[in-house]
Design a protein around this ligand. Structure first.
Ligand SMILES: *Cc1c(COP(=O)(O)O)cnc(C)c1O
Length: 235
C-alpha cells in the first residue's frame, strides 16, 4: 500500500472515532485534504483514495493545479485572499474559507455575480485574538455578518478558524468550543440570509478535538501528505 493510502485510512479512522465520541455521524465531517506545496502526482493519489475536496492557501497554486487535476475536484481556498486575486479563482473554487473584510466580501460578490454563481463563503474568526492571525474578532463577528449578509452572490455557510499552534491539542478545545457557541448564538438571532451550518476548524495537530467540539470541515495537510518543505518565512 502507498504511504498516502495508509495516512488517509488512519486519518479517516481517527475522524470516525472522534465523531463517535461526540455522538456525531462521521459523514457530517468533511476531510479537506490540504495539498499546498504538494505536486499534482501526489495529490492525484489522494484523490484516487476518495478525497475529492482539496484545500489550497494560495491563489497561484490553485491556478497551477486546476487544469492538471481536471474535473471532479472541489477546490477550497483556505488562506488569506487578496481582493485583486478574487477574479482568478471565482470560477474554480467551491468555497472560500477566509472572508474577513467588507472589501473582500464585496469583491467576491461582484465577481460571483459576473460569473453567474453564488459563492459559498466562511467568515474567518481569530478566535484566540492572536496578533499574527487574520480574521475578525469573536466580538465583531455578528456585526460583520450583518454587514455582508445582504450581498446576493455570496452565501455565508459558517465560520472558520486557524487555532493557535500548540503542543497539546487539548489547549485548543476551549477555542473550538467558543467557535461553536459563536455559530449557535448568531444563528439564534435569525439574521436575514444568515443560517450557518459549517464550522471549518482543526488541522493535523488538533482535528480530533475540533470534531469533538463540532467541526464539520477539518483541514488536514501534513497528516495526509507528510511534512511540507519550504523556507520558514514563506509559510
Ligand atoms: C496549511 C494549512 C492547513 C493544514 O495544516 P496541517 O497542519 O499540515 O494539517 C490548514 N488550514 C490552513 C488555513 C492552512 O494554511
Amino acid at each position: 500500500m502507498e504511504q498516502i493510502q495508509k495516512n488517509i485510512a488512519q486519518v479517516e479512522e481517527k475522524i470516525a472515532a472522534a465523531a463517535k465520541r461526540a455522538g456525531r455521524n462521521p459523514e457530517d465531517v468533511l476531510l479537506l485534504a490540504v495539498s499546498k506545496t504538494k505536486p499534482v502526482e501526489l495529490i492525484r493519489q489522494a484523490v484516487d483514495c476518495g478525497l475529492h475536496a482539496l484545500g489550497e492557501n494560495k491563489v497561484q497554486e490553485i491556478m497551477d493545479k486546476y487544469a492538471p487535476m481536471g474535473e471532479g475536484i472541489h477546490w477550497h481556498l483556505i488562506g488569506h485572499l487578496q481582493t485583486n486575486k478574487v477574479k482568478y479563482i471565482i470560477d474554480k473554487v467551491d468555497m472560500i474559507h477566509s472572508v474577513e473584510s467588507m472589501k473582500l466580501a464585496e469583491e467576491i460578490n461582484k465577481r460571483a455575480a459576473a460569473a453567474g454563481v453564488v459563492m459559498d463563503v466562511l467568515v474567518e474568526v481569530n478566535i484566540a485574538g492572536e496578533e499574527s492571525k487574520f480574521g475578525v474578532k469573536a466580538e465583531d463577528t455578528e456585526a460583520f455578518l450583518r454587514e455582508i449578509a445582504p450581498l446576493p452572490n455570496i452565501r455565508v455557510r459558517g465560520l472558520m478558524t486557524v487555532a493557535p499552534f500548540v503542543e497539546n491539542p487539548e489547549e485548543n478545545r476551549t477555542y473550538f468550543r467558543k467557535m461553536r457557541e459563536l455559530l449557535v448564538d448568531i444563528n439564534a438571532k435569525r439574521i436575514d440570509n444568515v443560517n450557518m451550518d459549517t464550522l471549518s476548524m482543526g488541522m493535523t495537530g488538533d482535528y480530533e478535538v475540533a470534531i469533538e467540539e463540532g467541526a464539520t470541515i477539518v483541514r488536514v495537510g501534513t497528516g495526509i501528505f507528510g511534512e511540507r518543505y519550504y523556507p520558514e518565512r514563506q509559510q
